[in-house]
Design a protein around this ligand. Structure first.
Ligand code: DSN
Length: 414
């Protein structure tokens, strides 16, 4: 960072503080991770200087010899990683990727099914004030009110009634495995297109720890690349060949102009990393760590939604301890532990001040932390939550957190 330091002290100062925050604290936001130095280099590379509207071999600017190579490499690696017939690596991020799929395969006001946002869906899965809810007739499905698990029979009944053109499966706060085959069966009964948004669990699928929706016959799979997949902040769309043309057309020129070629380069590096056998060990450890965290918190009397986890994330209802998600998030932040407040299924409170918190293990696992560290983190979380207004407790935990973090450096931070 010597160039920034020399040229722009205001930016340097802020960046330096963020480096300190990331290295001295425990990151439990389940959608965050630390990229490798190679991915950081690709994101900061001279590919950022290039414009390349179009696709490899058919561009609207000159000088594409090497951009075409990098985009083709990213495409081939993505296809191999997820066993996909077609991949588009140009979407800027998850919401634009989902938007492109709808734009390609639906007409205005077509019926679509998605899990209700406050039960673990996503804004692009039909939130009424987002483009998805405004342009399409989203019919929500729900988790079971008692078990908080997906109830496939109840989902089937809604599908038979509303006859959706497309069904979205894939979640931001669902701690359990997804039965892709059950979704595909429901969709086939009503002749609907199947779309999996695997943004949260892409790394666990690529690392062969969770099932791949394409193996169950899904038509379209979207994913961000920066969560468990541990790549740059971006997204890709994969699909069966028969949907390739409309989806490519929807991405460019339908919704986007020039792709971000430096990010495409970083996606190629990310997919290369995820294709290595070590990545499977990483993905397995994410789940082992999440389960260890769940077990330890359950012993402290925590109310975990669905009782635990099959993946990288956990959701806890904190009202049993007499505090709200926001209070817990703030207290844990002061103690050097970052996570996010989150609604729990059938939450009587709203999304800005919900009953729960959401947390997970992708980032701490990247740092090399394992089950013993998860036990320690659970102990700190429990102490903070049960003494959230006791500043001396929060300050002591912050010091202890920093001591642990010093033993587990963040990749890319020296
Ligand atoms: N914002 C992401 C998350 O945190 O889950 C979803 O897009």
């Amino acid at each position: 960072m010597s160039a920034i330091q020399k040229q722009d002290s205001a930016v340097y100062k802020i960046l330096d503080s963020e480096i300190k925050r990331q290295s001295e604290g425990i990151e439990l936001i389940p959608s965050e991770n630390y990229v490798s130095p190679a991915i950081l280099e690709a994101m900061g590379s001279i590919f950022t200087n290039k414009y390349s509207e179009g696709y490899p071999g058919k561009r609207y600017y000159g000088g594409q010899q090497f951009v075409d190579q990098i985009e083709n490499l990213a495409i081939e690696r993505a296809k191999k990683l997820f066993n996909a017939e077609h991949a588009n690596v140009q979407p800027y991020s998850g919401s634009p990727a989902n938007c492109a799929v709808y734009f390609a395969l639906l007409e205005y006001k077509d019926t679509v099914m998605g899990l209700k946002l406050d039960q673990g869906g996503h804004i692009t899965h039909g939130l009424p004030i987002s483009f998805s809810g405004k342009f399409y007739n989203f019919v929500p499905y729900y988790v079971d009110p008692k078990t908080h698990l997906l109830d496939y029979e109840a989902i089937r009944k809604i599908a038979l009634e509303c006859k959706p053109k497309l069904i979205v499966a894939g979640y931001t706060a669902y701690p359990r495995d997804i039965d892709w085959t059950a979704f595909k069966k429901i969709a086939d009964e009503v002749n609907a297109i199947t779309m999996a948004d695997i943004s949260h669990i892409a790394g666990l699928i690529a690392g062969k720890q969770l099932k791949n929706p394409f193996d169950a016959g899904f038509d379209v799979v979207t994913t961000t690349t920066h969560k468990t997949l541990r790549g740059p902040r971006s997204a890709i769309i994969m699909c069966r060949s028969k949907y390739a043309k409309p989806i490519d057309k929807a991405v460019f020129p339908g919704l986007q102009g020039g792709p971000h070629d430096h990010i495409t380069a970083a996606k190629a590096v990310c997919f290369g990393e995820a294709l290595r056998p070590e990545f499977q060990i990483y993905a397995a450890q994410i789940i082992k760590n999440a389960k260890a965290l769940a077990d330890a918190l359950a012993k402290f009397g925590w109310k975990l939604i669905t009782g635990g986890t099959d993946n990288h994330l956990l959701l806890a209802d904190l009202t049993v301890f007499g505090l709200r998600g926001m209070e817990a998030e703030e207290a844990l932040d002061k103690a050097g532990i970052t996570l996010n407040k989150n609604t729990v299924p059938y939450d009587p409170r709203g999304p800005f001040d919900p009953s729960g918190i959401r947390f997970g293990t992708p980032a701490v696992t990247t740092r090399g932390m394992k089950e013993p560290e998860m036990k320690q983190i659970a102990k700190w979380m429990d102490e903070v939550v049960k003494h959230y207004s006791d500043n001396s407790c929060l300050e002591r935990v912050k010091i202890e957190v920093k001591e642990l973090c010093e033993k587990f450096p963040v990749p890319g931070i020296e």
